[in-house]
Design a protein around this ligand. Structure first.
Ligand code: GAR
Length: 195
């Protein structure tokens, strides 16, 4: 059974979808812990599902490295086979990436390498494209530059707002994320580090 830690910053709707998938007895992975960089609303999903959680507050650390060291200390308690960044809105320090690579994956609300970064949905809208997408990637030291594990196109509608477009992307992200975690757990999907 693949053990998974999930890291979040926000509402955790994708986390919740993964928790729901993982509670089925035939799903080959288990969420063992949820972590956050702040008092994220999504931690409530972990509590509801009886999953332990921890917070490593970004603003209480003097540097990215110091924050990453504490995050690694927390993760090492649980020794997850896989770490999923599901809306964690922080760049991990290179030491943390090196420690867990390639067992670190990230979901992103755009069709990478298009529109990387913190505002993938807003940037796609501003660019006036007719379609964007969702991606699941292996984390490397860049901003959303790691190997792509799964991705799918999502149309942009003429009257879309950032919110409406993001809400259309998220169900696709959830499906991709669940499929990727299942594939890693069964061995159908291999994780390869960035070259
Ligand atoms: C998701 O769309 C995720 O891809 C995005 O934050 C959202 C979190 O939603 N992450 C990024 O943009 C990272 N660059 P949620 O908290 O409702 O799951």
């Amino acid at each position: 059974m693949l053990t998974v830690a999930v890291l979040i910053s926000g509402t955790g709707s994708n986390l919740r979808a993964l928790l729901e998938a993982a509670r089925h007895p035939d799903f080959p992975a288990r969420i063992i812990v949820v972590g956050a960089d702040r008092e994220a609303d999504g931690l409530a999903h972990a509590e509801e599902f009886g999953i332990p959680s921890f917070t490593v507050p970004w603003h209480e650390h003097e540097s990215r490295e110091a924050w990453g060291e504490e995050l690694a200390r927390q993760l090492d308690v649980w020794k997850p086979d896989l770490i999923v960044l599901s809306g964690l809105m922080r760049l991990l320090p290179p030491t943390l990436v090196a420690r867990y690579s390639p067992r670190l994956i990230n979901t992103h609300p755009a069709y990478l390498p298009e529109f990387p970064g913190a505002h993938g949905v807003r940037d796609a809208l501003a660019a006036g494209v007719s379609e964007t997408g969702a991606s699941v990637i292996v984390v490397d030291d860049g901003v959303d530059t790691g190997p792509i594990l799964a991705q799918e196109r999502v149309p942009v509608l003429a009257d879309d707002t950032e919110h409406s477009l993001h809400e259309r992307i998220k169900p696709v992200e959830r499906r991709l994320l669940i499929d990727v975690v299942r594939g890693i757990a069964t061995g159908d999907l291999a994780l390869t580090p960035s070259s």
